[in-house]
Every structure is written in C-alpha cells, then in structure tokens.
Write a protein of this length. Structure first.
Length: 199
C-alpha cells in the first residue's frame, strides 16, 4: 500500500506540473491574441510560411499568395485565441485527473467519490473532445484562409475547391470506456461497503 501511495504522490505532483504548464501556455496564447487584435505598431505575432503542405504534396508559393501582415495578424490572433482555449480544456482535464489521483492516494480506491469523479471525467472527455475537434477544425480553416487558394490552381484545369473537415470520434470511445469504468468502481465501492459492514 505504501508503494501505491508513493506512486500516486509522484503522479499527483506530475499532473500538478503539467497543469501549471498548460495554464501558462494558455495565458501566453491569450496574450498573443490580444496583441494581434489590438495591433501594436511594429509588433508582429507571427507570419505565414511560403510552403503549403497537402499530405505528401508540398507547394512553395510566392509571398503574393499570402495575406498582408495586418490580415495575417488578425488571423494569427484568432488562432492564438483558439489554441489558448484548447490549453484551457487540457488544463481542466488535468485538474480532474489530479482530483481523481488525490482521492485514490488515500487508499480508498473503491469509494462512491472515486466512481463519481470517473463518471465526471468521462463526460468531460466527451464534451472536451468535441470542443477540441471543433476548435482544431476552426484553426485549420483560419490558417488556410490566409492564402489565396484560387491563385494556386490553374483555373482552366481546376474548377473550384472546397474544405472537407472530419471530426475524429475517438474521444467518444475514450469517454465510453471511462464511463463504463465508473460503474466498475461504483460496484467495487458497493462491495467494499459490504465487506466493511461484515467486519
């Protein structure tokens, strides 16, 4: 039991450090977003590259295809704000895991509180995963909209282009597995209560 507590203490400290790192990165990204939106003269928060990648295809484009710096700053500000939101989602997830580890560290693995925390974690993974996928798609769209895509293609050969976004549904599987795990811990808590009552 002492080894388990020691491992949980190390895990708790690690999760605490990761949570702080996520929070710091989120604040830095939010600061970049503010700088990009207010447009401080002489300060650029980034630039778009002249190389576009579409899977294994790489296009080296001229700077005329890329949006002007003012538009680029606005687009980068939206991207930074979106990334800040993603890191906030990750921070909350780490805090939930930290709370779960703190509960388990005391040795009461099969308790109603642990089962409830696991159930809340499953719900958060489902909601956070969906929000992350939406934000990721939005960031991808923002980044590609900085380029004049019509200038990249021969208008006689290519009649148009469109964006195809896919939501990766893996987070639903993870959420379902974690949710089912909460029932295992709930059943374990009931068994633990019965054992305690018997003794």
């Amino acid at each position: 039991m002492e080894k388990f507590k020691k491992c949980m203490t190390i895990l708790e400290k690690g999760l605490n450090a990761i949570g702080i790192a996520f929070l710091v990165v989120s604040i830095v990204m939010a600061a970049f977003a503010v700088i990009g939106f207010i447009g401080i003269e002489g300060v650029e928060i980034g630039e778009f590259e002249t190389v576009l990648e579409f899977g294994i295809l790489k296009l080296d484009v001229s700077s005329e295809v890329i949006a002007d710096q003012e538009t680029a700053d606005t687009l980068l500000a939206f991207s930074a704000l979106s990334l800040s939101f993603l890191f906030v989602i990750s921070y909350v997830l780490v805090k939930m895991l930290h709370k779960l580890v703190a509960l388990m560290k005391d040795g009461e693995i099969f308790s109603g509180e642990v089962a409830g925390s696991i159930k809340n974690l499953a719900i958060y993974v489902a909601i956070g995963g969906l929000l992350s996928e939406i934000v990721y798609s939005a960031v991808s769209y923002i980044m590609i909209s900085a380029y004049d895509l019509s200038a990249l293609f021969n208008s006689e050969a290519v009649h148009g282009y469109s964006f195809a976004f896919e939501l990766n549904g893996n987070f639903l599987v993870y959420a379902a597995v974690i949710y089912l795990l909460s029932y295992v811990f709930k059943y374990g808590a009931e068994l633990q209560t019965q054992v305690d009552e018997t003794l």
